[in-house]
Unconditional design. Structure first.
Length: 230
C-alpha cells in the first residue's frame, strides 16, 4: 500500500532571512519558536505532523556571502548544531518524521559540496527523528548515488519534471528506505487526474511495497488545494 503525503511549505524560521547567515560576525543561535508552536497547534487538532525545514546545504548555497573572503561551507560546522537542536526539539514534541528540503541536489555541484553533504548527514543521522530528504524541479542526475547513499530514512524525487528518472532511482535506492514519488504537479493550478498518475507507480509499488509514498512534485504554493480529486 502506498502512502500519500504533502510536501507543504518549507520553512526554518518565521522570516527566513538567509543573508544573515553569512555575516562574518554571525553568532549561530536558535531564536525562533514559530515552527514548534505550529507543530503543537497541529497536533492539538489531531493531525499527524511532518515538519518541513530547508536543508543545511541548500540553506548555505542560497545565501549571499558578505565579503569575498567568506567560504560558505566554513559556516557548516556552526550551522549543524542548530539543526541538531531543531530535530531534538521536534522529537521531544512526538514528531516521527521530518522533511529536509535539499533541492540543490538536482544541480551540478562542486565536489566540495558533495563531500559536505556526506559530512553533514553523517552528523545529522544521530538526531532522534526519521528524515526524508526532498528534491524538486529536476532529476538528481550525477547526484543520484550521493542522494541514495545518504544516511537518512527516505528520499523524495520530482517525477513530474523528470519522469524518466524514476527508473534510475528505483535501481539505486535501497528498498529498506522510503521512496517518495512526486507525481502530482505542485506547480499546476488545475486538478490532478489521478488514474493516469497512479498508473506510473506499478513497478515502484512492486519494488518498494509499503515503503512507497506518493506526493506532489514540490510544495503546493501554486496549486488550488481545495479542488476535489477527479
Amino acid at each position: 500500500m502506498a502512502v500519500a503525503h504533502s510536501l507543504d511549505f518549507p520553512r526554518i524560521d518565521a522570516d527566513r532571512e538567509l543573508k544573515k547567515a553569512l555575516e562574518s560576525y554571525w553568532k549561530v543561535d536558535l531564536d525562533q519558536n514559530a515552527l514548534f508552536h505550529e507543530v503543537e497547534e497541529a497536533k492539538a487538532l489531531g493531525h499527524t505532523v511532518k515538519p518541513i525545514i530547508i536543508g543545511p546545504l541548500t540553506y548555505l548555497w542560497q545565501c549571499k556571502a558578505k565579503g569575498n573572503d567568506v567560504d560558505k561551507l566554513d559556516l557548516l560546522d556552526r550551522l549543524l548544531p542548530i539543526y541538531g537542536e531543531i530535530l531534538g526539539r521536534l522529537a521531544a514534541q512526538g514528531v516521527e518524521w521530518v522533511q529536509i528540503d535539499e533541492p540543490i541536489l538536482t544541480l551540478d555541484l562542486p565536489q566540495e559540496w558533495k563531500n559536505a553533504f556526506e559530512r553533514a548527514y553523517n552528523i545529522l543521522q544521530y538526531s532522534p527523528l526519521k528524515k526524508l530528504v526532498a528534491t524538486c524541479f529536476s532529476g538528481l542526475q550525477d547526484n543520484l548515488g550521493l542522494a541514495a547513499g545518504l544516511p537518512v530514512q527516505g528520499l523524495h524525487i520530482d517525477a513530474v519534471r523528470a519522469p524518466d528518472h524514476l527508473l534510475h532511482v528505483l535501481d539505486r535506492l535501497p528498498t529498506y528506505k522510503i521512496l517518495s514519488v512526486g507525481l502530482v504537479n505542485g506547480r499546476n493550478v488545475w486538478r490532478c487526474e489521478l488514474e493516469p498518475v497512479l498508473a506510473q507507480l506499478q513497478f515502484a509499488q512492486e519494488r518498494f511495497g509499503d515503503n512507497l509514498w506518493v506526493s506532489s512534485s514540490c510544495s503546493l504554493l501554486h496549486s488550488n488545494t481545495v479542488a476535489a480529486a477527479a
